[in-house]
Design a protein. Structure first.
Lengths: 246, 246
DNA sequence: CCCCATTTGTTCGTATGTATG
DNA sequence: TCATACATACGAACAAATGGG
């Protein structure tokens, strides 16, 4: 009982697309069996036999799917359905930012613009949807930032959690993951701006303003706070641009 | 003169991360030499020699980078820097949609929501930024849709161009590419809704309304038109959900 | 048009590292 | 400690595609 149905089962008449066949074969296997993230896939050997391809071809195909988080490989353990996250977007965009970052920082600029656009456009739904527990958590994160800033420590993770929490009331996984992805891209690319000393206390204060606006359920105030939140990074980008022009 | 500086140049003391080293090696090579999309990379043999890895390992690493469009391979020709597009996002999201699509269509629902949010949030900048030539092009696309609809033909490409053109005045490549990516994901996943007959003439009419609102530089009207534009697909999704519940 | 060199695509065999019991 | 199952890595050979003489 073959696990796969290959268009060219055993006989390999024409070639030039072996790996592609393997890729669609694995994809179809997952779809056909309605597998969920974490479910086990056949071993490499079984895949080879089922599709009729060599280990190398299967491995390269698996590596491709692994890069897209469609498949996840655990060394010495087995192959499983991946988390279907947006890590590929992060990898791709971050590299783009690093590559063009040395010249101009327009990728970083655009990422910031997208982040601001999303938070701006969802401000109304955010203020309307946040429950009391989420508001408390937002305030707690903001005060945590202030305390870290007072100690001179950075608070990258708090910042990440804060912006993620803002999107939680929407109940849209995709928006949450996009938020996380763009945040991560910015975190990776921003350091290429040079020794930019982000004023920790100012940053913390801006997040307090965000939390307060959200707590007041004041959409207008939240939009203003969002704009202000991204002003410092925008300024750093412009400064880096100006420094390059000189 | 070695092209790469490998932490473990020739000696392979420990293993378990060979391919990862190759990946970062290739990435660093591109970054160090400030290569742009389309620029040639060393051949596989040269990469093997430079990094000190076997050809299989190099190939698997290249396949990973190829999936992210960081590298592009042309059979019998060579390896080049990739277009750094968002194809990885499309692949990943589309597969997610297809996988969960059979059960519920919440991925498709969220993609539609993201598209609408973006167009909604940028409506003001769109009406303000469109020049006369772009407005003419928008109207031409809309009338083209009407004509196609009258002939009973679909107009997928016109639709794609329309939504892409809407974002052009922003001058933000990332937003344009995200728009194209989400459009494509929807185009791939939507057919799983079942034999849903999208009313061509109604769809064309909705785009005429979009073009008119944009031409009038009426942000409010554009936002209404955007909402209306996504109502049919939202309805289809709800219908599919209801059909499943029964 | 054919031939040939270059380069990637595919395969096999073998050896090694890793996790589980 | 051993054994099993699995992924990882390497190297060599051959096939296929591309481009130029």
């Amino acid at each position: 009982m073959p696990v796969f149905e290959t268009t060219t089962p055993p006989a390999n008449g024409r070639s030039g697309a072996r790996r592609q066949e393997v890729i669609v074969g694995i994809k179809e296997y997952i779809l056909r069996n309605q597998l969920k993230p974490g479910d086990p896939l056949p071993t490499e050997s079984e895949l080879c036999e089922a599709i009729g391809a060599s280990r190398s071809s299967v491995r390269e195909a698996v590596k491709t799917l692994s890069a897209l988080d469609i498949v996840e490989v655990r060394h010495g353990h087995g192959t499983y359905v991946g988390g279907l996250s947006l890590t590929a977007l992060v990898e791709s965009l971050a590299f783009r930012g690093l590559l063009s970052g040395e010249a101009d920082h327009h990728v970083l600029e655009q990422v910031v613009e997208v982040r601001e656009t999303i938070e701006q456009g969802l401000a109304a739904q955010i203020t309307a949807g946040l429950d009391d527990g989420q508001l408390d958590a937002l305030r707690a994160l903001a005060t945590g930032m202030c305390e870290s800033a007072a100690r001179g420590e950075d608070f990258l993770d708090l910042d990440r959690q804060f912006h993620l929490l803002l999107m939680e009331p929407l109940g849209n996984d995709l928006i949450e993951q996009l938020t996380a992805a763009f945040w991560e891209v910015q975190a990776i690319v921003a350091p290429t701006l040079g020794q930019s000393p982000p004023d920790l206390r100012e940053t913390a204060r801006l997040h307090v303003a965000l939390a307060e606006a959200a707590a007041a359920r004041d959409t207008q105030a939240l939009q203003v706070a969002v704009t202000n939140h991204y002003l410092p990074i925008r300024g750093l980008i412009q400064a880096a641009k100006a420094a390059k022009a000189s």
